[in-house]
Design a protein around this ligand. Structure first.
Ligand code: MSP
Length: 495
C-alpha cells in the first residue's frame, strides 16, 4: 500500500528577500521530505509565495512597478535560494496563479451560498503597514501594538466570515486530537486562547477602492479577499482542489504544516474553521517552530542584522548551514544564530567526528588493502565490533526515522553521531597498526569492513540533512573500492 506524505512551508511574503527564518522552515521541511522519500513514501513537498495585499502593493509602488512585475522580479530570488540550499520541493505555488485564484473563489462562493459570509459594516483601528485590524483594547496611544506606528480608524462595508459559529467545534476538535497542534506548549497556547476568548467573526474582504491588489470576491467584484484568507488556501489550491480529486484524495488530510510560532493562530484556528465550513477535514498536524535571533538581538531590517542564507553558505558551505539549523536548537524552541556557534559545530561534529572517521578509515583501506573494500564477516567480529558497533549500525535507520516522525531532528542526529563516536573510539581502541604488525590480516579486514559498513549507513542517514556530504562520501566508497578525496570538512581556523 502506498504511504503518502504532504508537507508544507508557509508561503513567504515577497516584500523582502529570503532570510534565515524562511530558510529554517524550508530546510526542516526538506529534511523530512527527503527522509520520507528514502522510506518509499509518495511525497508532496510544497512551498511558495504570498503575493497579494497592501505590503506588496506598496513595495511595488516604491519601485515604480506594477505589483505583478514586482512579484515576477522577486520570485527568482526565492527559487534561486532554495536551489542553492538543495531544497527538493515538488511544487512552488504563487498566490497570483490562476490555479490558486480559482480555489480561493471556490471557497468564497461556497461559504457565501452556505450563508457563512455576510455583509456588515466594519469599524476599526487599522495599521496600514502591518495590514492588521486592532481592537480598541489592544491599541494604546493610537499606536499599532506591533510596529508602533499610528493606526487609522476605518469604517467600511465588508464581508464577514461567521467563525464564531465554529468555536465550540474547534475547541472539541483540538481537545480530542492531541496531535493536531505541536509542540505541546503551542497546543496549550491555542487551547487557552479558545477557552478564554470569544471568537469574533472575521472580516474577510477589503473594498477594492482601498486595496486593489487582491483576489476579487466572485459575488462582489467591488471587494477583494483578505490576504490571510487568500494565503491559507494555497495548501489546497496546490493540490488542484476541488477539480483534481486524485491528488486531493492522496494528500489530504495527511498534510503537515510547518510554520513559525507567530502564525500559529491563523493555522490552528482560522484555517481549520475555513476547512470545516466547506466540509473538509483539518490537516493532520500543525507544527510551530521557534524564532532565530542574531546574537543578543531580534533579527530585523531596521537593526540591519538580517542573516542572508546565501552569505552563510558562501562562507561556510551549504551542508554546515543545514546541519547547524537543525542540530543547534530543539525544533519548537527559539535559538541564537552566531558564526562562533556555527564554527564550533563545524570543527567539532563535522571536522573532528564525521570528517575524521571517513578520512581515517579510507586512509587505512588504501594503506592496508590498496583501496579494496574487504568482505565483512559478521560471525567473526571482535568484541567491540560485535557489541558496540554492529548493533548501532543495525538500529540506526529505525532510530532516525522514529525521531524524525516526532520532528526531533536532534535525536535523529544524536543517533547518527552515536555511531560515528563509537566508530572513532573503535579505531582508537583497536590500534589497527598493531594488527598489521602482528599479521592479523583477517581481523584487520573485518575491522575495516565494519567501519566502512558503518560509514555507508551514516552516509544514507545524513542525506536528508546534508545531501552534498552524503554524496561526497558515497562517491569515495564504491561497492568494492574506496577512492579517498580531501577531508570533507577541513577545520576552520578560529583566529
Ligand atoms: N505570508 C505569511 C505566511 C502565510 S502561510 C499561509 C508570512 N510570511 S513571512 O514571510 O512573513 O514569514 C514566513 C515565516 O518565516 C513564518 O513562519 C515566520 O515564523 C518565519 N520567520 C520570520 N522570521 C523568523 C525568524 N527570525 N526565525 C525563524 N522564523 C522566522 O507570515
Amino acid at each position: 500500500m502506498n504511504k503518502f506524505f504532504y508537507i508544507t512551508t508557509p508561503i513567504y511574503y515577497i516584500n523582502g528577500v529570503p532570510h534565515i527564518g524562511h530558510a529554517y522552515t524550508t530546510i526542516a521541511a526538506d529534511c523530512l521530505a527527503r527522509n520520507k522519500r528514502q522510506r518509499g513514501f509518495d511525497v508532496y513537498f510544497l512551498t511558495g509565495t504570498d503575493e497579494h495585499g497592501q505590503k506588496v502593493l506598496k513595495a511595488a509602488q516604491d519601485k515604480g512597478l506594477s505589483p505583478i512585475e514586482f512579484a515576477d522580479d522577486i520570485i527568482p530570488r526565492f527559487k534561486d535560494t532554495w536551489k542553492k540550499l538543495f531544497i527538493t520541493y515538488d511544487d512552488f505555488i504563487r498566490t497570483t496563479e490562476a490555479r490558486h485564484i480559482e480555489t480561493v473563489q471556490y471557497f468564497l462562493q461556497t461559504l457565501y451560498e452556505k450563508g457563512d459570509l455576510y455583509l456588515g459594516e466594519y469599524v476599526g483601528l487599522y495599521c496600514v503597514p502591518c495590514e492588521v485590524f486592532w481592537t480598541d483594547k489592544q491599541v494604546e496611544n493610537n499606536l499599532c501594538p506591533d510596529c508602533k506606528r499610528p493606526v487609522e480608524r476605518i469604517k467600511e462595508s465588508n464581508y464577514f466570515f461567521k467563525i464564531s459559529a465554529y468555536q465550540d467545534w474547534l475547541l472539541k476538535y483540538i481537545n480530542d486530537n492531541p496531535e493536531f497542534v505541536r509542540p505541546e506548549s503551542r497546543r496549550n497556547e491555542v487551547l487557552g486562547f479558545l477557552q478564554e476568548n470569544k471568537l469574533n467573526d472575521l472580516c474577510v474582504s477589503r473594498p477594492k477602492s482601498r486595496l486593489s491588489w487582491g483576489i476579487p470576491l466572485p459575488f462582489s467584484p467591488e471587494h477583494v479577499t483578505y490576504v490571510w484568507f487568500d494565503a491559507l488556501i494555497n495548501y489546497l489550491s496546490a493540490l488542484g482542489f476541488p477539480a483534481k480529486k486524485d491528488k486531493f484524495e492522496k494528500f489530504w488530510p495527511v498534510c503537515i504544516h510547518l510554520i513559525g510560532k507567530d502564525i500559529l493562530r491563523q493555522h490552528a484556528v482560522l484555517w481549520p474553521i475555513m476547512l470545516r465550513a466547506v466540509g473538509i477535514d483539518p490537516p493532520a498536524l500543525v507544527f510551530a517552530h521557534g524564532w532565530w535571533q542574531v546574537g543578543e538581538e531580534k533579527m530585523s531590517k531596521s537593526l540591519g542584522n538580517v542573516v542572508n542564507p546565501l552569505d552563510v553558505i558562501d562562507e561556510f558551505g551549504i551542508d554546515v548551514f543545514r546541519y547547524f539549523l537543525l542540530r543547534e536548537v530543539p525544533f519548537g524552541f527559539d535559538g541564537v544564530f552566531s558564526k562562533a556557534a556555527l564554527v564550533k559545530r563545524f570543527n567539532g561534529d563535522l571536522a573532528n567526528d564525521l570528517g575524521n572517521l571517513v578520512y581515517r578509515t579510507l586512509t587505512m583501506a588504501e594503506k592496508y588493502f590498496e583501496g579494496r573494500v574487504p568482505e565483512l564477516d559478521k560471525a567473526s567480529l571482535d568484541e567491540i565490533g560485535r557489541v558496540k558497533i554492529l548493533p548501532k549500525i543495525d538500529a540506526i535507520e529505525a532510530k532516525v526515522d522514529e525521531a524524525l516522525d516526532r520532528f526531533d531532528f536532534i535525536a535523529a542526529l544524536d543517533a547518527i553521531w552515536d555511531l560515528i563516536g563509537a566508530a572513532n573510539k573503535y579505531i582508537e581502541e583497536t590500534k589497527p597498526w598493531n594488527l598489521k604488525k602482528e599479521n592479523k590480516n583477517k581481523e584487520l579486514e573485518n575491522f575495516i569492513a565494519l567501519l566502512i559498513a558503518g560509514i555507508r549507513v551514516v552516509a544514507k542517514e545524513i542525506a536528508p540533512f546534508m545531501p552534498q556530504t552524503s554524496e561526497k562520501i558515497n562517491s569515495q566508497i564504491k561497492t568494492d573500492r574506496v577512492e579517498k578525496a580531501s577531508p570533507l570538512f577541513p577545520r576552520i581556523d578560529v583566529d
